[in-house]
Design a protein around this ligand. Structure first.
Ligand code: RB5
Length: 143
């Protein structure tokens, strides 16, 4: 299950990504927002991040205008590794190296064609499982 959420700044791109997830036959849950009306990105960032941490969703996709506010929000939740990606190299590297569990976009930054390629790269790239990356990820969680 993929959890997806956005504010108004990411609403249109969220609809495009949902269409693509449906075309791929992937299960998803849309945590809102549900209309293109001004709203606050932390609400949706927290909802999707909590769904990933609880195990309800395996991965999350979050979109606001820049992708910045919603990624900052998600990364405050322990266990979330949210990556703001603007190209496929970043999406591949963050799966291989960071085992990122949430992909973030700026709906006012990337177009739908590129965003869909980034989504596919993110979803289809496994974590490398290399010792140095496992070590670094566990250091993120240390107090
Ligand atoms: C909303 O206008 C905008 O501030 C928000 O979508 C996001 O870009 C914040 O980081």
């Amino acid at each position: 299950m993929i959890g997806i959420g956005s504010d108004h700044g990411g609403f249109e791109l969220k609809s495009e990504i949902i269409k693509h997830l449906e075309e791929r036959g992937l299960e998803y849950k849309d945590y809102g927002c549900y209309e293109n009306k001004s709203c606050d990105y932390p609400e949706f960032g927290k909802k999707v991040a909590n769904a990933v941490v609880s195990g309800e969703c395996e991965k999350g996709i979050l979109i606001c205008g820049t992708g910045i506010g919603i990624s900052i929000t998600a990364n405050k939740i322990k266990g979330i590794r949210a990556a703001l990606c603007t190209d496929c190299f970043m999406a591949e590297a963050t799966r291989l190296h960071n085992d990122a569990n949430v992909l973030c976009f700026g709906g006012r930054v990337v177009g739908p064609g590129l965003a869909i390629k980034i989504v596919d790269t993110f979803l289809d790239t496994p974590f490398s499982n290399e010792e140095r990356h496992i070590r670094r990820i566990s250091q993120i969680e240390e107090d």
